[in-house]
Design a protein around this ligand. Structure first.
Ligand code: CA
Length: 250
């Protein structure tokens, strides 16, 4: 875990200092921000390996920080920190592309477990941290691959898709969904399976979350979103990726 940088965006001074101290004890390099605006700027400039993002922040809310980060194409892993009873915020955060959440008050053990789990899930795809990538076993045939389909190029190194010569950046979730569909191309992948594999846990409120991400993914990979030819709906069950790679690709 050495050399990994965590940005803590938290306005409560004691909690911020406590998190910094404890994360540093765990071997992380820690930077802090006390409001949303500063947090967003630091996240965009410094490219941290993980962001711990409180949602209730002065100047700019955590959800707004997350939204702007994702809109500007940043795919940093983000763990949101929510208050008890704010389930709606939690869901909104996950839909905006947060990787996980912790609910206040949380213990250090729980937080560390979540940070490690998110880093495990994300480090193997993060090109910025090559030293970590080499230590991790690839999880499937598409890891790090560039795949060429008839009207679509998928680059799992850079998290991009290209259709009609236009390149689109994939969010982390979109890339994971696409990876799973392509790994099982020609087969049906259920929503439940996507939830388990892509999000890593099964307690999201509805499978609609999957559908929302699929809708966003389709805008990037389909020529006509109303008549998808790659990410095909299997009604009542899930999705299937349709396409045969061109010769010479895995
Ligand atoms: Ca706060």
């Amino acid at each position: 875990m050495n050399d990994l940088r965590i940005l803590v965006i938290e306005d409560e001074p004691d909690l911020r200092a406590g998190l910094q101290h404890n994360l540093e004890l765990e071997g992380f390099h820690v930077d802090v921000a006390a409001d949303g605006k500063t947090g967003l700027r630091k996240a965009q400039q410094d490219n941290p390996d993980l962001i711990l993002l409180d949602l209730m922040l002065p100047l700019m809310s955590g959800l707004e920080v997350l939204k702007q980060l994702r809109q500007s194409g940043h795919t940093h892993p983000v763990i949101i920190v929510t208050a008890k009873g704010m389930d709606r915020d939690k869901v909104a955060g996950l839909e905006l592309g947060a990787d996980d959440y912790v609910t206040k008050p949380f213990g250090l053990t729980e937080l560390m477990a979540r940070i490690r789990a998110v880093l495990r899930r994300t480090q193997r795809h993060t090109t910025e941290s090559m030293s970590q990538v080499t230590a991790v076993e690839p999880s499937g045939p598409t890891v790090g691959a560039v795949l060429q389909f008839r009207s679509l190029t998928v680059d799992f190194k850079r998290f991009t898709v290209t259709k009609n010569d236009a390149e689109h950046q994939l969010s982390r979730f979109e890339a994971e969904i696409l990876r799973m569909l392509i790994d099982h191309r020609g087969e049906v992948v259920t929503r439940q399976n996507l939830l388990r594999q892509v999000w890593g846990y099964v307690h999201l409120p509805t499978t609609r979350t999957v559908d929302n991400h699929i809708a966003r993914l389709r805008k990037k990979v389909e020529l006509d979103v109303d008549a998808p030819e790659h990410v095909v709906t299997v009604h009542g069950i899930g999705y299937r990726f349709e396409a045969t790679p061109l010769e010479g690709t895995p």
